[in-house]
Ligand binder design. Structure first.
Ligand SMILES: Cc1cc2nc3c(=O)[nH]c(=O)nc-3n(C[C@H](O)[C@H](O)[C@H](O)COP(=O)(O)O)c2cc1C
Length: 178
């Protein structure tokens, strides 16, 4: 598989991360070699599924930074999709707080000019927090395609989330066109 078809799918701890296999299969059917990264909390939620996700992608699932001297186990990315992206992940990314592997990768990828797409998953209360809008603006100004609002994720009222309605198809369509 040529590296120009490598998609890094980087998920944080919002409910759509619990149903990744159909998304991965859809991306693979579209020709992507998918490498899956998770935030530490998402990896904890999926602790019983990590082996199956590694079998599905054919790559280690990464959820912590490499140790010094450890070889990067993934082929280089053509594009990265950060989704679902929590309030915490979006704000950390915008503020450059790179304690998690996925945010560290995404932060550095801005400077490396790797195409970046993200689909937040936040309720309307979190979306109203003053930092959230600032973070979205920072990421957009840095060239990240943030799929929020029209043509992306529409924040739900607190407690009314519908993980099955997370618009993965839209995210994969934007990834395809990067
Ligand atoms: C059941 C459950 C559902 C959650 N859903 C969301 C969500 O949709 N969006 C969000 O921003 N945080 C959500 N959270 C909170 C995040 O999991 C929490 O802030 C976590 O620290 C995020 O860390 P991460 O960004 O490193 O994955 C949820 C937590 C739980 C327990």
């Amino acid at each position: 598989m040529p590296t120009d078809r490598v998609l890094y799918l980087l998920g944080s701890a919002a409910p759509p991360v619990l149903a990744l296999p159909p998304v991965i299969k859809q991306a693979q059917a579209a020709g992507w070699d998918v490498c899956l990264g998770l935030s530490p909390t998402a990896a904890d939620w999926l602790a019983d599924d990590l082996g199956a996700l590694e079998s599905l992608t054919g790559h280690p699932v990464r959820h912590r930074h490499r140790r010094p001297g450890q070889v990067d186990p993934w082929p280089p990315a053509a594009v990265a999709l950060v989704a679902p992206a929590t309030f915490n992940t979006i704000n950390s990314w915008a503020l450059g707080l790179t304690s998690s592997f996925i945010v560290g990768f995404a932060a550095e990828a801005i400077g490396k000019r790797i195409p970046l797409v993200t689909m937040p998953c936040v309720n309307s209360a979190l979306a109203s927090h003053p930092q959230f809008g600032r973070s979205v603006d920072v990421l957009r100004d840095a060239g990240v395609r943030v799929l929020l609002g029209d043509g992306g994720f529409i924040p739900n009222a607190p407690g009314q989330g519908q993980p099955g309605a997370f618009p993965w198809e839209r995210a994969l369509a934007v990834v395809r066109d990067t």
